[in-house]
Ligand binder design. Structure first.
Ligand SMILES: NC(=O)C1=CN([C@@H]2O[C@H](COP(=O)(O)OP(=O)(O)OC[C@H]3O[C@@H](n4cnc5c(N)ncnc54)[C@H](O)[C@@H]3O)[C@@H](O)[C@H]2O)C=CC1
Ligand SMILES: O=C(O)C1=N[C@H](C(=O)O)C[C@H](O)C1
Length: 263
C-alpha cells in the first residue's frame, strides 16, 4: 500500500527533492503540497492539490503523513494543526529554539511526531561512535566542531552541529549550555580544557559538511561527514514517514528510534 504524503515547503530545496522522490517511488502517493502563494508557481505540474495552508491540504488528504522542512515558526504551526487532526508529522526543520522544541515534545505526547536535524544514516552513525571515540581518547583531547553550508542557510550553527555538540558534551558529562563556544573573536584568551567550540562557515552551494576534531598532544583525529546531495536527507524523511504510521504517539521520535531500534 502506498503512503500518502503532504510536503510542506514544496518549492524549497528540501521540499522539491522530497516531491520528486515521492513521485518517483511506488511506495508513496504525493497527496498534496503546501507552499507560500508567491513561491507556488509551477507546483501545479506536480499533479496534486497545491495549498497555501496545511488545513486545506489535509481536507483533500485526511490520511496523509505531513513532511515539513520549512522554518521554525511554520513547522510549529504545522505541528499544532497535525496534533489537532491526528496526522503523523515528520520534521526536518532546524534552528528551533528551546521553547519550540519543548512545544514539539508536548504535542508529541498525543500525536505521532518525528524530528531530526539530520536525516542521514551517516550522521546518525556519528552520534553513536563519537562518545566512544571521546572516551578512548580521554579528556586531554580538545573537542571542536566545524560545519559548512551553502550561503542560503539561515540558521547557525547547523542543527546537526548542535546535535553533535550535545552528544560530545554528554559523553564527558558536561552541559552544552556551560561549555559551548560559538565562534571566537577578540581576545578570548587561552582555550579552557572544559570547552567545546562550534564554528559555522557559509558559502556557495555546499550541501552540508560536519567535522569533529579531537586535538591531543602531538596528534589530532578528525571525523568528517559530507552530504553529496539532499536526496540522502529526503530518503531518510520518507523512511521515517513509513515507520511513523505504524507507531503510537510516544513522545518526539528521532533517528535513535528509527535506526537504533528504540521502542
Ligand atoms: N533534517 C535534515 O536532514 C535537513 C534539514 N534541513 C532544514 O530544513 C529547512 C529547510 O531547508 P531548505 O529546504 O534548504 O530551505 P528553503 O528555504 O529552500 O525551503 C523552505 C521552503 O518553505 C517554504 N515556506 C515558508 N513559509 C511557508 C509556509 N507558511 N507554508 C508553506 N511553505 C512555506 C518557503 O517558501 C520555501 O520554499 C531548514 O531548517 C534546514 O536547516 C535541510 C536539509 C536537511
Ligand atoms: O540547511 C541545510 O541545508 C541543512 N540543514 C541541516 C542542519 O542544519 O543540520 C542538515 C544538513 O546539514 C543540511
Amino acid at each position: 500500500m502506498s503512503v500518502p504524503v503532504i510536503i510542506m515547503g514544496a518549492g524549497g530545496r528540501m521540499g522539491s527533492t522530497l516531491t520528486r522522490l515521492a513521485l518517483e517511488s511506488e511506495k508513496f502517493v504525493l497527496a498534496g503540497v503546501v507552499e507560500r502563494a508567491e513561491y507556488s508557481a509551477g507546483l501545479e505540474s506536480l499533479g496534486c492539490p497545491v495549498a497555501h495552508d496545511l488545513e486545506d491540504a489535509l481536507a483533500a488528504a485526511p490520511e496523509a503523513v505531513v513532511i515539513d522542512f520549512t522554518a521554525p515558526e511554520v513547522t510549529l504551526a504545522a505541528a499544532r494543526v497535525a496534533s489537532r487532526t491526528g496526522n503523523p508529522v515528520v520534521i526536518g526543520t532546524t534552528g528551533l529554539n528551546g521553547a519550540q522544541i519543548a512545544e514539539l515534545e508536548k504535542l508529541a505526547v498525543s500525536c505521532r511526531m518525528f524530528w531530526s536535524p539530520n536525516m542521514s544514516v551517516g550522521v546518525y552513525a556519528l552520534t553513536r561512535i563519537l562518545p566512544e571515540l571521546s572516551r578512548i581518547l580521554g579528556e586531554d583531547y580538545d573537542m571542536e566542531i566545524t560545519e559548512i553550508h551553502h550561503h542560503h542557510k539561515k540558521d547557525a550553527p547547523s542543527g546537526t552541529a548542535v546535535r553533535l555538540a550535545q552528544v560530545l558534551a554528554g559523553a564527558r558529562g558536561w552541559d552544552l549550555a556551560d561549555v559551548g563556544n560559538y565562534g571566537r573573536h577578540g581576545l578570548p584568551g587561552a582555550r579552557p580544557a572544559r570547552e567545546l567550540g562550534v564554528h559555522a562557515l557559509r558559502g556557495g552551494d555546499v550541501v552540508g559538511d560536519h567535522t569533529v576534531y579531537f586535538f591531543g598532544p602531538g596528534e589530532r583525529v578528525e571525523v568528517t561527514h559530507r552530504a553529496h546531495s539532499r536526496e540522502n536527507f529526503a530518503r531518510g524523511a520518507l523512511r521515517a514517514a513509513v515507520w511513523l504510521i505504524t507507531r503510537e504517539p510516544g513522545g518526539l521520535y528521532g533517528m535513535d528510534h528509527l535506526l537504533g531500534g528504540l521502542a
